[in-house]
Design a protein around this ligand. Sequence first.
Ligand SMILES: [Zn+2]
Length: 199
Amino acid sequence: MNTHTINCPQCGSDLPLTFRYSKLMLCDHCGSSLFLEDDAVRFAGKQSILPEYPSLLQLKQTFSYLNNTYLPVGHIRYDYEKGFWDEWWVIDNSGEGVWVTVDEGDFAFEREIEPPSPLQFQDLRLDTMFDGWLVTERGHATCEGFEGELPKIVTIGASFDYVDLSKRGGKLFSLEFSDQGIKAAKGIWVDPFEIKVDE
Ligand SMILES: [Zn+2]
């Protein structure tokens, strides 16, 4: 896996970068958020370190699932009514990234897709069907913070409405509605006991 290094413009620390298309990074030395633009690194603000909770997944600690190995390089935490959930940006052997959502011990692999349009949060009521999917959860969430490197820009404190839809076979379809528009991802719930963290 290719790694190159950037310098934090605030404190000068060397920061190894794993994913070539990363757009946002947190300097774990000084807590600066950094925008990565082509070859430039730009200071985006300070962030407090995320509170740590026991977690199977850890940054920079590889794990295997079925026959693949994954390296978590980024992590976002979202607060919602019932607590929080985590989204991990993990890179596979071929250098491709996938999101792993962890919510109350449940794990799902998800990939972002083009959102179906037009679609409104209000139209997706709990326990109703949309396009063959059942609406199983809806609510409001806020981005609490992130660590590592990410392929997209997130804004700490930004909030959005979300809807989770399900289908037989553990299939998951998630939607986020914010001022910036709609984001959509599809994936599948996996058995956490199949995830083996490497020693
Ligand atoms: Zn720094």
